[in-house]
Design a binder for this molecule. Structure first.
Ligand SMILES: C[S@@+](CC[C@H](N)C(=O)[O-])C[C@H]1O[C@@H](n2cnc3c(N)ncnc32)[C@H](O)[C@@H]1O
Length: 306
């Protein structure tokens, strides 16, 4: 169940007032202390519900995951505020007896909620990638850095030559990111070839457009899209899906689009990164669309089933 983390977050929120109540019933705390538990619980429950609503609702374009940010920020505030409030209330005795256990429980709860919120962000980024919420801007900036470092070791141009990209060919770089493969591919195919660079993220398209302008590349066409490329049927020689599949929510629909645009004798390369190998193979070959041809380094080659 995709919403599991959100449910855990909300359950953790319920523990704040419950703990205070148990201590109150046992005579360890005064009524006022319950108030803090109620406020902490109430606010985090509302934030959890807001985040789950944000996750579930149909979002067009670049959604700003405010609920998710709050879900991470509020536990951080609780971590800092709990000892402060107790210190102000109880003076020098704030760390004695039952208060110490209440403090520890509150801190552990808040840390658990913070970690859950980070995992909720992962869910948002990776499960909602396709035509819904894309990764937030900060996620893209982090990814940009990671890809830049990765490219030092993986050498995209070498990879493209290894898979046999040739002069004059038409390539679809699906999920082009910062253009790691788009730019060298453009140089390999030359003026008679074309590279279609597709990405869901406006920052990716902006980055690639900047590189096109800087290098005066004439054979790259950028497409901002979450699935449909808008390309004619059977027009592409090579489709590249490098480090993208794990981010796609409706993988079947994307494979249908790739199947539609690739030429009958075209080639389709994908990496299995961040996916279990059986799951990867199952996704790509279970239907009527593609069969596995072989493997070149990290890339698996598929061809169209007729
Ligand atoms: C990890 S990056 C890889 C970028 C590039 N292929 C590379 O290896 O350098 C994945 C890219 O896929 C894009 N992406 C995710 N879901 C997408 C979707 N549904 N449609 C198009 N692009 C998508 C992301 O925005 C991101 O730029």
């Amino acid at each position: 169940m995709n919403e599991k983390k959100y449910v855990i977050y909300i359950i953790l929120s319920l523990v704040y007032p419950i703990i205070k109540l148990i201590y109150y019933i046992n005579g360890f705390l005064r009524m006022r202390a319950i108030l803090y538990g109620l406020i902490a619980g109430g606010i985090t429950i509302c934030t959890g519900i807001f985040a789950i609503y944000e996750y579930k609702k149909e979002h067009k374009g670049a959604g700003k995951p405010v609920g998710h940010w709050l879900a991470a920020l509020i536990p951080l505030m609780i971590i800092v505020l709990t000892p402060l409030v107790m210190m102000l209330e109880k003076g020098s005795q704030w760390l004695q007896g039952e208060r110490l256990t209440v403090l520890i429980i509150f801190e552990v709860l808040a840390i658990a909620q913070f970690v859950t919120a980070i995992l909720m962000f992962r869910e948002l980024i990776f499960k909602r990638g396709e035509d819904k919420l894309m990764m937030p801007g900060i996620g893209f900036v982090i990814m940009k850095t990671v890809l830049t470092v990765r490219n030092i070791f993986r050498k995209p141009e070498k990879t493209l030559r290894k898979i046999g990209l040739k002069k004059g060919q038409i390539m679809l770089d699906y999920g082009c990111g910062i253009g790691s493969f788009t730019i060298p591919a453009s140089q390999i195919v030359g003026n008679n070839g074309v590279i279609h660079a597709v990405d869901i993220h406006p920052l990716a398209i902006k980055t690639v457009k900047k590189k096109i302008k800087k290098g005066a590349f004439k054979n790259i066409k950028t497409i901002l899209s979450s699935r449909n490329t808008g390309l004619p049927d059977e027009c592409v020689d090579i489709v590249l899906l490098y480090d993208v599949l794990q981010m796609i929510r409706n993988k079947e629909k994307l494979l249908e689009e790739i199947h539609r645009v690739v030429k009958p004798d075209g080639r389709f390369f994908a990496t299995s990164e961040h996916l279990d190998m059986d799951e990867f193979m199952n996704i790509l070959t279970k239907g009527k669309l593609f069969t596995l041809v072989g493997q070149k380094g990290k890339l698996f080659e598929f061809k169209k089933k007729r």
